[in-house]
Design a protein around this ligand. Structure first.
Ligand SMILES: *Cc1c(COP(=O)(O)O)cnc(C)c1O
Length: 400
C-alpha cells in the first residue's frame, strides 16, 4: 500500500482493480462523465470545501465524539470505543454524503435531487439536504417498503419531498432503483441522481467515500488524543459499505490496525436468508458496476434478508471488493440473534440504543473483545436505534 492510495483508487475509469467501473447505457454514461469532471474540479475549490466544512460544523453537529464504553469493556474485556455517528443530525452517517451530493448539485446548478430508498433512511437524509439547500427532492420507493416503513414516508413528506410509489416486480429496492434511474434519464438537465452508499457506476463509489472520509479523519485524531495510540481493531457494519469506507479510509496505511467489516448473517447461510455478500458471494455485476455479489443460479442478484433493512443489499462497494482480495480488511458476519443481543447490551450498559445495522458491528466487536482482552477496538456506531424500537419489541420483546 502506498501513500498514493487515494490518487490511484479508483483509476480514471472508476476501477478499484477488477471492481467498479461503469456499465450503463451510453446516454447515462455521458451524464456520469459530466458529473465526474464537475466533481474533480468543484471538490477542490476553496468555496466548496469551506461551505461543506461550515455545514458539517453548524448544521450536522460535527465533529461527532469518540466515546469510551466503560461498562461494556468491563464486562466483555478489551477497551471498546464508539465513533458516535448516531449523533449526526437525522441520526446516522448518511447525512455526510447527502449534504455533499446536494452541495455538488447546487454548484452544478441542478434544481432537483432524485434517489431511491429501501428502508427510507437514505430518502430522509436526502430530503433533509434538499430542504437545507432549497432543492426539489423526488424519492422512489417500492410499495412494499412504503407500507413497512411508513414513518419514514411521512418524514420525507413533512420535509417537502415527493415520494413516488413503485408498483412493479417485487415492489422493493431493486425496482425503486430502476424507477429512479428512469426518472433521472428523462430530466437529467435539471436533476441529479444521489446514490445512498459507495455503490453504483463511477463516480459514485469514489464520491460517497470521499464525503464519508471525515468520519475516519476525525476518529483517528480523537482516538489518539484519548489514548496516545492507534486502535488495534477497527470495526464497522457493511451494507453497501459507506460508513465502513469512511472509517477504514483513515487506517488503510496503518498495517498495525486490523480492520473488520461485518455483514448480516441473518437467519442462516441458506440463500435468501442472509446478506453476507463478501463471505458467500462471487464477482458479478449489479446496478452498473462490478463487485462481489450474491447470485442465483442464473448469475442474477439473489434475494437477500437481514433484520437490519439498511444492510440487505446483494452487492457491495467495489472498493471493499478490492480490499477483500488484498486481505487488508477481514469480512466477518453477525447473525440476527447476536445483533439483537448486542442491541440490548449497548442500550443497558451504556445508555445508547444503536441502529440494528450498527448493532452488527457491536456484536462482532464483543466477540473480538472476549478473544483479545488486552486490545483496543474502535467501532463505527453508524446510527441510532429509535427507528428500530417498535420492530424489536414486536419481534423479540424484552430480553429474559
Ligand atoms: C444505511 C445504513 C447503513 C448501511 O449503509 P452503508 O453504506 O453500508 O454504511 C448502516 N448503518 C445505518 C445506521 C444506516 O442507516
Amino acid at each position: 500500500m502506498t501513500t498514493n492510495y487515494f490518487k490511484n483508487y479508483p483509476n480514471p475509469e472508476g476501477f478499484f482493480e477488477a471492481y467498479g467501473g461503469s456499465f450503463i447505457p451510453p446516454n447515462l454514461q455521458k451524464e456520469m462523465e459530466t458529473i465526474t469532471d464537475a466533481y474533480y474540479s468543484i471538490s477542490k475549490s476553496h468555496h466548496f470545501i469551506s461551505e461543506l466544512r461550515s455545514i458539517r460544523k453548524h448544521y450536522q453537529g460535527r465533529p461527532t465524539p469518540v466515546y469510551f464504553c466503560n461498562r461494556l469493556s468491563a464486562k466483555y474485556g478489551g477497551r471498546i470505543y464508539l465513533k458516535r455517528e448516531d449523533l449526526n443530525h437525522t441520526g446516522a452517517h448518511k447525512l455526510n454524503h447527502c449534504m455533499g451530493e446536494a452541495l455538488l448539485a447546487k454548484y452544478l446548478g441542478k434544481k432537483k435531487l432524485i434517489a431511491e430508498t429501501g428502508a427510507g433512511q437514505h430518502g430522509v437524509a436526502l430530503a433533509t439536504a434538499a430542504a437545507y439547500f432549497g432543492l426539489e427532492c423526488e424519492i422512489h420507493m417500492g410499495e412494499v417498503d412504503m407500507h413497512k416503513e411508513h414513518p419514514n414516508v411521512v418524514r420525507m413528506q413533512i420535509l417537502g419531498a415527493k415520494v413516488v410509489p413503485v408498483s412493479h416486480g417485487l415492489k422493493t429496492l431493486k425496482e425503486a432503483v430502476d424507477s429512479a434511474f428512469g426518472a433521472y434519464m428523462q430530466d437529467s438537465d435539471n436533476s441529479i441522481y444521489c446514490i445512498g452508499s459507495v455503490v453504483g457506476p463511477h463516480p459514485f463509489p469514489m464520491m460517497v467515500r470521499d464525503f464519508q472520509r471525515i468520519v475516519g479523519i476525525e476518529a483517528k485524531e480523537q482516538f489518539f488524543d484519548m489514548t496516545g495510540e492507534l486502535p488495534d481493531n477497527v470495526v464497522a457494519c457493511v451494507g453497501g459499505g459507506s460508513n465502513a469506507m469512511g472509517l477504514f479510509s483513515a487506517f488503510l496505511e496503518d498495517q498495525e490496525c486490523k480492520l473488520f467489516g461485518v455483514e448480516p448473517a441473518g437467519r442462516s447461510f441458506d440463500l435468501g436468508e442472509h446478506a453476507a455478500t463478501m463471505t458467500l458471494g462471487k464477482p458479478g455485476m449489479i446496478h452498473g458496476f462490478k463487485c462481489y455479489l450474491l447470485q442465483d443460479e442464473n448469475g442474477e442478484p439473489a434475494p437477500v434478508y437481514s433484520v437490519a433493512s439498511g444492510l440487505d443489499y446483494p452487492g457491495v462497494g467495489p472498493e471493499h471488493s478490492m480490499l477483500k482480495d488484498w486481505k487488508r480488511v477481514s469480512y466477518e458476519s453477525a447473525t440476527d440473534e447476536e445483533t439483537i443481543d448486542a442491541f440490548y447490551e449497548l442500550s443497558r450498559l451504556e445508555g445508547i440504543i444503536p441502529a440494528l445495522e450498527s448493532a452488527h458491528a457491536v456484536a462482532y466487536a464483543l466477540k473480538l473483545a472476549k478473544k483479545n482482552p488486552r486490545e483496543s477496538i474502535l467501532i463505527n456506531l453508524s446510527g441510532r436505534g429509535d427507528k428500530d424500537i417498535d420492530f424489536v419489541m414486536e419481534q423479540y420483546g424484552l430480553p429474559k
